[in-house]
Design a protein around this ligand. Structure first.
Ligand SMILES: NCc1[nH]cc(CCC(=O)O)c1CC(=O)O
Length: 324
């Protein structure tokens, strides 16, 4: 029998799907067996507005503690849910190639954002999404929702009440015209047929790190050399540079995943371009900026994020976004 590594995951459909994907890839390339360990996290049991929970990494904390306690050898996270400060004793050993970075509109009757009627009710628990929606159209009514992806999708009229196979949450009859979800999660769950528009980042800049996974081990390694090698092979440098720039910006703004801050980096030739937005939560004011790195490296990416944040702060970004 070959050696086995243990991967920890949260229990949501998205988390188990993402973990399953990573575990399979790593088992194949390392030649090891894999055991999955379900960890219940604080974020799954607390109720209340999601925006009140963010930033402290409630979703990741229990999983990380489990990893530190050697209850598992590897943890799989959605990168955008991780606080920008890396905890002592843990490292992000691999950031695989990113999925679609965009936010997705899932609306009733195939509607696009600009086709939604006056006063349309749009569900999101994210101040970043709410602010950018309101900046696009002041008449939208934003409804604060939370829950996992299928549950949120189930709130849309005509979606929630037509699925009996459990693929979409049915706890509430469809009461919304639309919800906004990350395209990456929808695709990973095979729910992308419900996407009625991939939102242009010109209208809706995604969250820093959106669409990327973070595979974390103890700083001393996973205790399985073949797994450590497989993780190194799975790491995707362009993705890592992009997310480092986005997260350095978020950190320098002293903001977390619940802040009305969007950021998206892309590689163009030998540089990295970072676009960022800081919004007033009611969408009445937005500050949008972009900058370009000096060269392509993780360090250049971090400097780019920091310097763009500094110039935005100098122009009042923290005030606009309600961070001070
Ligand atoms: N905050 C929850 C969360 N964390 C990661 C994803 C989607 C996958 C990703 O962005 O990588 C989601 C759901 C969503 O925002 O729709």
């Amino acid at each position: 029998m070959s050696e086995t590594f243990r991967v920890g995951t949260r229990g949501s459909a998205l988390a188990t799907t993402q973990t399953g994907w990573a575990a399979k890839r790593l088992a194949q390339s390392s030649g090891l067996e894999v055991e999955t360990i379900l960890v219940k996290t604080e974020g799954d049991v607390i109720t209340g507005p999601l925006s009140q929970l963010g930033g402290t990494g409630v979703f990741a904390a229990a999983l990380r503690q489990h990893l530190l306690d050697s209850g598992c050898d590897l943890a799989v996270h959605s990168l955008k849910d991780l606080p920008t400060k890396q905890p002592e004793g843990l490292v992000l050993a691999a950031i695989p190639e990113r999925e679609d970075v965009r936010d997705a509109l899932c609306a009733r009757d195939g509607l696009k954002l600009s086709e939604l009627p006056e006063g349309a009710k749009i569900g999101t628990g994210s101040p970043r999404r709410a602010a950018q929606l309101l900046a696009f159209r002041q008449d939208f009514q934003i409804v604060d929702i939370r829950g996992n992806v299928p549950t949120r999708l189930g709130r849309v009229k005509g979606i929630g009440d037509t699925h009996d196979d459990g693929s979409v949450g049915r706890s509430v009859q469809g009461d919304l015209d639309a919800v906004i979800l990350a395209a990456a999660g929808m695709r990973r769950l095979g729910l992308d047929k419900h996407i009625t528009e991939y939102l242009d980042p010109q209208i809706m800049l995604p969250a820093p790190g959106q669409g990327a996974l973070a595979l974390e081990v103890r700083s001393t390694g996973s205790d399985h050399p073949a797994l450590d090698q497989a993780l190194a092979d799975l790491d995707h440098l362009p993705t890592r540079m992009q997310v480092e720039a986005e997260r350095a910006l978020l950190a320098a703004l002293e903001a977390g995943c619940a802040a009305p801050i969007g950021a998206l980096a892309r590689v163009e030739g030998q540089t990295l371009i970072l676009e960022a937005v800081a919004c007033n939560p009611d969408g009445s004011e937005t500050m949008r900026r972009s900058a370009q790195s000096n060269g392509l490296s993780v360090q250049a990416a971090q400097e780019l994020g920091r310097s763009l944040a500094e110039s935005m702060i100098a122009d009042g970004a923290a005030v606009v976004a309600g961070l001070v």
